[in-house]
Design a protein. Sequence first.
Length: 776
Amino acid sequence: MMAERERRQEQKRVNEVVDVITEKIEKITGKKGEVRKGIVDLRKTFWDDVTVNLDENDDVYETQASIKQQAELLSERERRHGQMTKELKTLFRLQETPYFGRIDFREEYEDQVEPLYIGIGSLMDSRNEDFLIYDWRAPISSMYYDYAPGPAKYSSLDGEVEGSMTLKRQFMIRDGQIKGMFDTGLTIGDSLLQAVLSGKASTHMKSIVATIQREQNQIIRNEKDRYLIVQGAAGSGKTSAALQRVAFLLYRYRKTLRSDNMLLFSPNPLFSSFISSVLPELGEENVVQTTFKDFIEERMGGELQLENPFDQTETCLTMGEGPQLKTKIAGIHFKASLAYRDLIDHWLDHLKRAGMFFRDVAFRDRIIVSGKEIEGYFYALPQDQTLLNRLEHVRDWLLRRIAIFSKHERQEDWVLEEAGLLDKSDYKNIFDKLQQEKQFSDATFDDYDREELLLRKIVMNRHLKRLRRQVKELDFVNTQKVYSEIFYQKYSVDAVPKEWGAICRATRMRFEEGDCPWEDAVPYLYMKEKIQGRKGNRDIRHLIIDEAQDYSPAQLAFLKAAFPRCQMTILGDVNQAIYAQSLGEDTMLSEHLYDPNDVQKLTLLRSYRSTKEIMNFARAIVPMGKVIEPFDRSGRLPEWIDTHNQSEKTEIILSKIDDFKQNGHETIALIGKTMKECQEVYDLLKQRTDVKLITQETYQFDKGFIIIPIYLAKGIEFDAAIIYDASASNYSHESERTLFYTACTRAMHELVLLSSGAASPFLDTVPSEHYTRTQL
């Protein structure tokens, strides 16, 4: 009886709050229309209200001030319009689900208990005096996530506020109606989590702040540590928590931090699309997103053909056992290490005395200054100067040489011929220049000769513009050859891997062909930027790095130098390391790579994505899997099916797809080990069912049946997943264990594994009660 009365009271409050929201929507919509009309009118009449007079200097300044005033007025109205649009988006979401939580809190030394309702945005009453809803990111809201009823506290601008929480209540509200109401303890109640996690997977990640757990809240609200490392099990919510952290920081520092001050490195474009709706759902603009490969490629400037890391992975997975693979892996490991960076530092020191290579500075196949002459000039400069200082001297010298060349070359007939083809605007500019020279100079000169000289100068300057820019950017240094020379040097046996000779031959060949292997990308850029110099990006103030187990110590060091002002949120899972450079090696998740005063490492052990049956199966595959805690959501046991031939396997896949669809599953993935394997399966199935093949170039996927290689499925979840070939022939090497685990943890509700012949030895560690097995 009491519960029903409370429910009615709570619904009455929901109705009252929705009325306030509706009233605010109507009011803001009306104002927004007026502002929009004002913007349109201002754009139409912009120049009508500007005084334009360019006769005198004072008039020019007055004109500039008038234009500036109008532009600022327009900008202010556009900003107000944008704010109203953002506010309306939040209000429409609040109208559907006003809030998800309530805590009753009594401050220390106070008698009154204050009920606090928490939602995705703040809402004041109609008089703008009292909060009806607190934003989940507000300091006071942290108690909802961190405390059970009893003593509680939160940090405010005036210090810590202590008191006691007398009630903690959760709501499930849809379309303004309470669908569920629970009084809970410390953790967000399993009833709410069950309801959320039992839903279907989406083609976009959902961010549900109502179900943030205490350990996730620690990630979200961490402000003090420069480097926050999150080691999280598959499906532990680390990416979602990181994006909620972004939303929190943008809210907390809204006067000084903008979304374009934050950069997220995602594993691939598909994942970028998958998470693209999270921040807008939380009322914030998306941060800048890129992949590490795109970031590196942009810094290289297109001078080399950069290998895609997925192609590197595909090569390693399809190469087969043998000396070639052994050499490839050894090279990848060594070049990802800080030991190799030390080797490059020694090489950079050597370059002060010898070893620099320079390109000819040429124009139309005519050498202005040869590379050999540049080398002689460079090494004649004092050796106590840095490489960069000496190159700057060389740059200035080359620009002088180009100027001398230009002076002689402009006398050639071809220059005058091209001058005759210049635009009328060029002639007018020259005429104006000549008129000015006459006005301010008493000198007499022949206008015709002077005009011809100026025309010739224009032609030469345009032709030499690109060459001058290249010289200013120090592109006369042949950094590719300088880097390749590393692989002609002799080093002590202790300094390099035993496969060094074979590594050198393979690397030299790739660079001679104009290719840069992925494992050489960061070492090459490190050397290049040490030689030519490059300032760090100071606009980006926070980096979010997902799948950090795939980043090497050398890549971490490079990012620290590239973003010197940055805080970093570093997310990953050692059990999902699938790239050769990460297997058995230090990664960006390794705490000892950071200053202990700057870093905090948090661990998320509870996995929410998959049913407990799927997670119990998957965690048995990896050595440290016992520490992973499956969330208590029941489903079907994973199904392992032995098949005899390809025809049989194809029929089972088609049958399972039908079963999954009948069970209401909307996103279904067949996961292959490699793109080669996925392409083969796609060719078999595309004539018999509606299926899409996901490739490196895929930027988004729709609901339905897809085929995808493991390395592109990272971070993404599906209602049901089929592991195409769980045979020993496909997964047997220890380096493939984490690959296999990653594949199995993509499934939310159902998991099927197919094998032919001997099964993967990784399945030997899974207790038989954690799966069903069918042998055809």
